[in-house]
Design a protein around this ligand. Structure first.
Ligand code: PLI
Length: 459
């Protein structure tokens, strides 16, 4: 193995959890019983679980030690102050409001910063983020550059905001009708694609000149920083922590799902600079989450999160993280399997339209492909296409996205390169007989965030 291209794990393994593979006939039956929705499988029936990188991380010995030191006081917990200090120091924001996970922070931000009828431009949508924006009367408007919607466009910083799209919206509706601009670093549904520092700076300059606030979705900010270090001129010698801090200097606050780049299993927070918004957020956090000094987290979780965020900034950690994901992508590309290019930070996204050219989007090719991958090799993935996108609030029509994908998401510090090889072999084998994959139709369609619990039948 070329250790430069694919560095060995920068850790050794101290605790293990056995996994088991059940036979193919059983998998076929279980997938049908789960309504062809990989969310509805039992985890113990899965061999390699690439459903998500959210909360599925392996914590370090230092994080587990922190768990023992968690201060479970209802108010004023020492663990909160530790987390608050860490986040302020690493991100540079004035205030931190803890929440039970990322969507808790999104709920509060949407309630305090959106007036009904205002627009919320963003670099592509994320499911829970857009849900909360719309539930509070906001109108989501996509301002990501066009190439991000093209799976094959192999360009760096594919998550960048198209400033002309933002300017066109501001020209049409007026700056006062923009609640804020939401910039995700990285962009999950575009394939984990990063945003360049130059682009973040340009968005901030544009918005500051017009009195528009910028909030970042910080969920995978350390992965974004790694891409900047690797690919943006002038950052090759800059420590990851300094890049992260500069990224956030271009924002008025952020929402964070700690379940990703804080390398924990639960938790999140909202950061704000503005005093009035901070006061409003504290008033709401007690309604939805808990005291402003725990926000739905146990003291031990806050302790583990503070340690995890520090560890995420370590150079060897983040290099291995991003390159392990790239290793899986490279193995699939070599075999001619269609994936979103370039490979992003947290996952490899299969292009289900090209994988299953015999299925139209209304036959849910990505949902069907995710189910087929489980049956093929016991590997669990997730649909990120028309099912995830949901229906338009006004018209009730499906919001058919250009990207119809299956996400193979790599948990942090959990699997080895050998596991990646197994996943690649499973997908490659299925690709050879992809024509056998049958389309799906709804058996039960939930009203919101339908991908989590929806059920399907084979056509
Ligand atoms: O799952 P939460 O509530 O901690 O975080 C919500 C959330 C916000 N932003 C982004 C970019 C996410 O990816 C995200 C959650 N993602 C999940 C669960 C995932 O599987 O990608």
């Amino acid at each position: 193995m070329d250790l430069q291209r694919y560095p060995a794990e920068p850790f050794r393994i101290k605790a293990v959890e056995p996994i088991r593979m059940i036979d193919k006939n059983q998998r076929e039956q279980l997938m049908a019983e789960a309504g062809y929705n990989t969310f509805l499988l039992k985890a113990e029936d899965v061999y390699i679980d690439l459903l998500t990188d959210s909360g599925t991380n392996a914590m370090s010995d230092r994080q587990w030690a922190g768990m023992m030191q968690g201060d479970e006081a209802y108010a004023g917990s020492r663990s909160f102050y530790r987390l608050e200090d860490t986040v302020k120091r690493l991100f540079g924001f004035a205030h931190v409001v803890p929440t039970h996970q990322g969507r808790g922070a999104e709920n509060i931000l949407s309630r305090i910063a959106i007036k009904p009828g205002q627009y919320v431009p963003g670099n592509m949508y994320f499911t829970t983020t857009r849900y909360h924006q719309e539930a509070n009367g906001g109108i989501f408007h996509d301002i990501i550059q066009d190439q991000a919607h093209n799976a094959a466009a192999d360009i760096p910083f594919k998550g960048n905001v198209d400033l002309d799209k933002l300017d066109a919206l501001v020209g049409k509706v007026g700056a006062e009708n923009i609640a804020y601009v939401c910039v995700a670093v990285t962009v999950n549904l575009a394939g984990g694609q990063p945003v360049s520092m130059a682009n973040l700076r340009a968005v901030a300059e544009y918005c500051r000149a017009r009195g528009i606030r910028v909030f970042m979705d910080a969920t995978r900010c350390v992965e974004n920083a790694y891409f900047i270090r690797e690919q943006e001129a002038g950052y090759q010698d800059t420590p990851i922590a300094d890049i992260v801090k500069e990224m956030f200097s271009y924002a008025d606050g952020c929402t964070m799902s700690g379940k990703k780049d804080c390398i924990t299993n639960i938790g999140g927070f909202l950061c704000l600079n503005d005093e009035e918004l901070f006061t409003a957020a504290k008033e709401l956090v007690v309604v939805f989450e808990g005291m402003p000094s725990y926000g739905g987290m146990a003291g031990r979780d806050m302790e583990a999160m503070a340690v995890g965020l520090e560890e995420a900034m370590q150079e060897e950690y983040i290099e291995h993280r991003v390159k392990q994901v790239r290793y899986l992508g490279d193995r699939l590309m070599e075999a001619g399997v269609p994936i979103i290019r370039p490979v992003g930070g947290h996952a490899v996204f299969l292009d289900a339209r090209s994988f299953c050219p015999h299925l139209s989007q209304s036959q849910f090719p990505a949902q069907a492909l995710a189910a087929a991958i489980y049956v093929e090799g016991g590997v669990r993935s997730m649909e990120r296409g028309i099912i995830s996108a949901g229906r338009d609030k006004k018209t009730g029509e499906d919001q058919a996205p250009k990207l119809e994908t299956v996400r193979l998401t790599i948990p942090r510090r959990v699997y080895t390169y050998a596991h990646m090889d197994y996943v690649a072999e499973t997908v490659k084998h299925l690709h050879q007989h992809a024509a056998d994959i049958r389309g799906l139709k709804w058996a039960y369609e939930p009203k919101q965030l339908r991908f989590f619990t929806g059920r399907f039948e084979q056509l």
